[in-house]
Design a protein around this ligand. Structure first.
Ligand code: NAP
Length: 343
C-alpha cells in the first residue's frame, strides 16, 4: 500500500489537497493543481537581502538557453551587472541575440566554452578588467552550463562518460578556480547547479549522475574551505524541468540512440537485443515531454543563494514526488529504497 503510494507519479497525486504555508511571513496558502511543481521550501524570505545589488557583478555559464538564459534576464532585472557566458556567442546563437537585444550596459554576453581553459582564463580577465574597481571583485559565479545523456553502463562508451564530465564536472571546477580570486575579494557567492540526480542515482543515467555527484562533492569541499574566507557556496538541485529547457529533445534522444546502437560492442548488442534497447529509448523519448514547464523555482533558488544574507547550502526545486523520493533514497537504508523505487 505504502509502496504503491510512493510509486505514484505526481500527476496521480491528489494535487488539490497539497498546500504549503509559510508561517514565517504569513503567506496565505495556495492550492496546488495536479501539474503544479511546487515545492518544499518554495517560499523564501528575501527580506534579508544583501544590498546594494546594483553594484554587484555576477557571471552565469550556459546562458544560450534554459535556466541560464532565464537567469541572465532575471538577475539583470534585479539590478545585477550580469556577464552571460554563452557557448554560441561567436556563432550568433538565438539566445545570445535575444539577450543582446535587451541593449543594456548591465547585461553583457560573452563567448564561453567551459571546456576550453584558454577561453575560461580570457573571460575571467575580461570580467576583471571591466569592473569599476577590480579589487572589489565579483559577487557571484553561477556554474550552470551542462549537458546530459542516458544509457545503461554497458551501452555507454568511455568517450561519452568523458564528454559529459568535461562540461558538467571539470567545467565547474575550471570556472570556479579561474574566478575564485575575484569571488574571494568580494566575499561573494558560488552557486553550482547540480541535480536531484546528484543526490540519488537512477538506472540508465550513470554518465550524468556521476558528474552531478562530483559537483556535489566539489561544492561541499569548497564550502568548507571558503567558510573562513567569507565566501558562501550553495548547490541547487533541480528536479525534472526537461519540458522547459533544451537539455533533451526527442530528436536529440533519437540521435544519441542511433549512435549508441551503431557503436555497441557486438556482445552487448546480442545479449540485450534490439527489443530491449528500443524499449529503453521509447521510455527516454517519453521522459522528454515530462517535467515542469515553469523554471521559476530554479530561478528563485539561485536568486536567493545570490542575494540572501543567509543562503542555504542546498536548494531543492522539485515537486513532491521527487522530493519524497530523494528523502527516501538518501535517508533510508539502500535495501529499503531499492525495493521501493528500483526493483
Ligand atoms: N532541465 C532539467 O530538468 C534539469 C534538471 C536538473 C539539473 N539541470 C541542470 O541545469 C543546468 C542547465 O541545464 P538546462 O536544463 O537549462 O539545459 P539547457 O537548456 O540545455 O542549458 C544548458 C546550457 O549549457 C550550455 N552548454 C553546453 N555545453 C557547454 C559548454 N561546453 N560550455 C558552456 N556552455 C555549455 C548549452 O549551450 P547550447 O544550448 O548551445 O548547447 C545551454 O545553453 C545543467 O547543469 C543541467 O544539468 C537541468
Amino acid at each position: 500500500m505504502l509502496t504503491a503510494r510512493l510509486f505514484r507519479p505526481l500527476s496521480q497525486l491528489p494535487g488539490k489537497s497539497l498546500r504549503f504555508y509559510d508561517r514565517g511571513n504569513g503567506t496565505r496558502p495556495e492550492p496546488l493543481g495536479p501539474g503544479a511543481p511546487l515545492l518544499p521550501g518554495s517560499r523564501r524570505a528575501f527580506s534579508d537581502e544583501v544590498r546594494p545589488v546594483g553594484s554587484k557583478a555576477v557571471l552565469v555559464t550556459g546562458c544560450d538557453s534554459g535556466f541560464g538564459f532565464s537567469l541572465a534576464k532575471h538577475l539583470h532585472s534585479k539590478g545585477f551587472l550580469v556577464f552571460a557566458g554563452c557557448l554560441m556567442k561567436d556563432k550568433g546563437g538565438d539566445g545570445v541575440k535575444e539577450l543582446d537585444g535587451l541593449k543594456s550596459d548591465r547585461l553583457r554576453t560573452i563567448q564561453l566554452n567551459v571546456c576550453n581553459g584558454d577561453e575560461v582564463e580570457r573571460v575571467a580577465e575580461v570580467v576583471r578588467s571591466s569592473l569599476e574597481d577590480p579589487e572589489k571583485g565579483v559577487w557571484g559565479l553561477v556554474n550552470n552550463a551542462g549537458i546530459s545523456t542516458f544509457g545503461e553502463v554497458e551501452f555507454t562508451s568511455m568517450e561519452t562518460y568523458k564528454e559529459v564530465a568535461e562540461v558538467n564536472l571539470w567545467g565547474t571546477v575550471r570556472m570556479t578556480k579561474a574566478f575564485l580570486p575575484l569571488i574571494r575579494r568580494a566575499r561573494g557567492r558560488i552557486v553550482n547547479i547540480s541535480s536531484m540526480l546528484g543526490r540519488m542515482a537512477n538506472p540508465a543515467r550513470s554518465p550524468y549522475c556521476i558528474t552531478k555527484f562530483g559537483v556535489e562533492a566539489f561544492s561541499d569541499c569548497l564550502r568548507y574551505e571558503m567558510y573562513p574566507l567569507g565566501v558562501k557556496v550553495s548547490v541547487v538541485e533541480p528536479g525534472n524541468f526537461i519540458a522547459a529547457t533544451s537539455l533533451y529533445s526527442p530528436e536529440r534522444v533519437q540521435a544519441i540512440a542511433d549512435k549508441m546502437w551503431d557503436e555497441l560492442p557486438e556482445v552487448v548488442r546480442t545479449d540485450y537485443g534490439r527489443k530491449y534497447f528500443d524499449e529503453k529509448i521509447a521510455r527516454m523519448q517519453a521522459y522528454c515531454n515530462s517535467g515542469s514547464t515553469d523554471t521559476s523555482p530554479v530561478i528563485e533558488a539561485v536568486t536567493h543563494a545570490l542575494t540572501s544574507r543567509s543562503p542555504y547550502t542546498r536548494y531543492h526545486p522539485m515537486n513532491y514526488y521527487w522530493w519524497l523520493r530523494m528523502q527516501i533514497m538518501t535517508h533510508l537504508p539502500g535495501a529499503l529504497s531499492d525495493r521501493i523505487y528500483i526493483h
